[in-house]
Each structure stands twice: as C-alpha cells, then as structure tokens.
Design a protein around this ligand. Structure first.
Ligand code: THU
Length: 162
C-alpha cells in the first residue's frame, strides 16, 4: 500500500487583452501604477521602472515605485514601497486591491509584471490584516492578469505557529 497521495492546486486568474478591456476601476488603478512608474521610480541601475497603486477600503489610492540603491539589496520594490506607505498613512483601513506596471525604455512593458517573492509575502500580511482576499492586477500593455487572493501567487505560505 502506498502512503502518498498526489494533489494539485488550481490557480484561477482573469486575463484581459489591452488596457481598454479592463473594468473601469481596474483601468484607473493601472493608470496610476503606470504614472508612478514613469514619474517617481528611481531605477538608475536596472532601468526597469516599476509602479504600484494600492486601493484602500476607505477609497484612497496610495502609489509607490521602486527605489534602487548603489548597494543593490538596499533598494525596495514598488509593491512594498506602496503597501508600507499605504499602511503608514491609513493604519485603520485595509488594502482592497493593488495594480502593478512597469516602464522600460520609455514604454509600458508588454508582459504582466508579477510581484517578487518578498512582495508576495508582504501582500499576504496585508491580506491577513484585511481578513479577505486582495485583488492583484498585474499589468502589461498586451495583457493584464488579475488574481483574487494572495494565495493564488503564494500557495504554500509561511505562517507563525504552524
Ligand atoms: N522590482 C519591483 O519594483 N517589483 C517587482 O515585482 C519586481 C522587481 C524592481 C526591483 C528593481 O528595482 C527592478 O525592479 C529590477 O529588478
């Protein structure tokens, strides 16, 4: 008798071709992420300008961008810049959605920008604070993908006391 089972995890996501096909609220959030990437990113080392726009449950939007450093590990991704700023500014509210986009060589990149592992862990903390799924909008000029819930990006996640 075998003492193993094979299991699988299903990840559901929505995919839209082109920004004009996105629901209006998501499009507005993506536009703000692109604006942050274009106007406030500091990325002299990679040339990859990332922006994130966080929609809070109180209706406010907080934007952030990647901030690099000559000592590379000191830099911070756009997602965590925006998330930490949002929680600092509105500690009693919670995060409903985040849009992520990037600009390279003056153009919005064509592929969806996925958050790195550390940002997924930070997003998970925001989701725990909220107690319900956060909508994550990962934008590219050719296609935009949306997941509802951080577990779709981080299925086996670390929790204290497990
Ligand atoms: N970066 C982000 O801001 N967000 C991500 O999800 C991935 C990577 C930044 C870090 C660095 O400044 C640049 O993109 C290139 O890795």
């Amino acid at each position: 008798m075998e003492h193993k089972t094979e299991k699988s995890i299903l990840i559901k996501y929505k995919e839209y071709e082109g920004i004009n096909n996105l629901p209006e609220e998501d499009r507005a959030l993506v536009d703000m992420a692109v604006k942050a990437a274009s106007e406030s990113s500091y990325a002299p080392y990679s040339g990859f300008h990332v922006g994130a726009a966080v929609l809070m449950e109180n209706g406010k939007v907080v934007c952030g961008s990647n901030q690099e450093n000559a000592s590379y590990p000191c830099g911070l991704c756009a997602e965590r810049t925006a998330l930490f700023y949002a929680h600092s500014k509105y500690p009693k509210s919670s995060v409903s959605a985040i849009a992520i986009a990037a600009v390279s060589d003056g153009n919005v990149v064509s592929f969806p920008v996925y958050p790195c592992g550390a940002c997924r862990q930070a997003l998970l903390e925001s989701q725990h604070r909220k107690g319900s799924p956060i909508r994550i909008i990962m934008h590219g000029s050719e296609k935009t993908q949306i997941v509802n819930g951080v577990e779709s990006l981080l299925p086996f996640s670390f929790k204290l006391g497990q």
